[in-house]
Each structure stands twice: as structure tokens, then as C-alpha cells.
Write a protein that binds this ligand. Structure first.
Ligand code: AMP
Length: 215
């Protein structure tokens, strides 16, 4: 199975798709957003990260490179991994290519989830996550059985600080400026698979499964 890179606007469903594929195939889920959120918020690094995240901007490449290089040396990636939120710029894509060679990583496919700004915003504003196990819900489309409580582990559900309308719009602009150029970049490299998504019909596991099987 190929490793996977997900590219999509904020709140398009990368995290949810990653969870499903991890459960089914044993991929390791590597979300740079989660890695950043797990840095101690009172440390110097944590304060720097939070200040940037609060503005909807990207965190510096140096911080991301260090986190991702460390993460890709852990044992659990041996059965394959999903990169959710990295690379987010052309510079990061080039750095990833260097890491593939340096760490002798398997081939990968880039899955682009195409979704409109409105639909992504609707997802962001309704998104709830479990503070214990990370499972993702939606206030309207994917409710937990008991309000505010995770079905899986009983943990409490909260919204992310950056899932409000103002920050979503800033994150979307950052996405258009910095991340969208990757779509052409990976198209030219013959790595890109586009999965359309719209208000009525969302991506299914089957669509993704077709593209992760090795040739
Ligand atoms: P996410 O959880 O993927 O939506 O990421 C949340 C925030 O973390 C983003 O808005 C960025 O500020 C930061 N972030 C996550 N991944 C990266 C990355 N690869 N490069 C720079 N900043 C990132």
C-alpha cells in the first residue's frame, strides 16, 4: 500500500478520512496540526505556535520540518502512514521529497479532496472533536448519541479554537495562496488523484481505496 498525502481546504474531511483508513488498513495518522497542538502551550515553542495558529497563518517551515522528521522515524510508520496537513507549501513538498530519499520511505499518492469554500466552512463551524481520543463529529451531520459526549470513549467534545468564521476565512485564504499551488505541482509529478466532493455526495472509502493499492 502506498503512503498517502491529503491535500484539501481546511475542514474538508482529511482528518475523518484519515481515521477511517487508519482503522481499516493500519496506517499511522500523522496530522501536523495535531502535532503542533500537542506541544506544551506554556513552553516558548508552544507560545510561538499558538500565536501563529491564532492568526490563521502557517507555522514556520523550520518547526514543521523538525516535527515531521522526528515523527517519520518512529516505528509505527513502517506499515504506511497518512500525512494530514503536510506538505502545505511547495517548499515543504521539496523537503518531503528529500526525506523520502533520506529515510528510504515508500512511494506515495497525493489525494486532493475538492470541496467548495461554503461547504468547508459549514463543516468547520459544526465540527466537534473528542478531547480524549480525537474522534471527529459534526453538530448537525454526524451527531454523537449523547450531546457533548464521545460515543467511543465517553470523553467530552469541544470545538477547535480556530473553527470560527473569522479564522476559517483567514485559513482559507492561506490555503489558496500557499497550498493550492501544490495541486499543479503534484499533477505535473503524476502523483495527484482528485476526489470531488460536494454538498450532496461526499467521498467514500471505496474511492480512496482504489488509489492506495500499489501498482
Ligand atoms: P490543521 O489541523 O491541519 O487544520 O492545522 C491547524 C493549523 O496548524 C494551521 O492553520 C497552521 O497554522 C498550522 N499547521 C498545520 N500544518 C502545518 C504545516 N504543514 N505547515 C505550517 N503550518 C501548519
Amino acid at each position: 500500500m502506498k503512503n498517502i498525502i491529503f491535500i484539501a481546504p481546511p475542514a474538508a474531511g482529511k482528518g475523518t478520512q484519515s481515521e477511517l483508513l487508519c482503522e481499516k488498513y493500519g496506517y499511522a495518522h500523522i496530522s501536523t496540526g495535531d502535532l503542533l497542538r500537542s506541544v506544551n502551550p506554556t513552553s516558548e515553542l508552544g507560545i510561538e505556535i499558538n500565536n501563529l495558529m491564532k492568526t490563521g497563518s502557517l507555522v514556520s517551515d523550520e518547526i514543521i520540518f523538525k516535527l515531521i522528521e522526528e515523527r517519520l522515524q518512529k516505528e509505527d510508520i513502517k506499515n504506511g502512514f497518512i500525512l494530514d496537513g503536510f506538505p502545505r507549501t511547495i517548499k515543504q513538498a521539496i523537503a518531503y521529497e528529500e526525506l523520502v530519499n533520506k529515510l528510504n520511505l515508500k512511494d506515495y499518492v497525493v489525494i486532493y479532496i475538492k470541496i467548495s469554500e461554503n461547504e468547508a466552512m459549514n463543516r468547520a463551524l459544526g465540527r466537534l472533536g473528542c478531547t480524549s481520543c480525537g474522534k471527529i463529529y459534526h453538530k448537525v451531520n454526524s451527531k454523537p448519541k449523547t450531546e457533548g459526549i464521545c460515543d467511543v470513549c465517553g470523553g467530552s467534545l469541544t470545538s477547535r479554537d480556530d473553527d470560527n468564521e473569522e479564522l476559517f476565512k483567514k485559513r482559507f485564504v492561506t490555503y489558496l495562496e500557499k497550498t493550492q499551488p501544490l495541486i499543479d505541482y503534484y499533477k505535473k509529478a503524476n502523483k495527484l488523484v482528485e476526489i470531488p466532493s460536494n454538498d450532496d455526495k461526499y467521498i467514500t472509502n471505496e474511492m480512496i481505496e482504489k488509489v492506495i493499492i500499489d501498482d
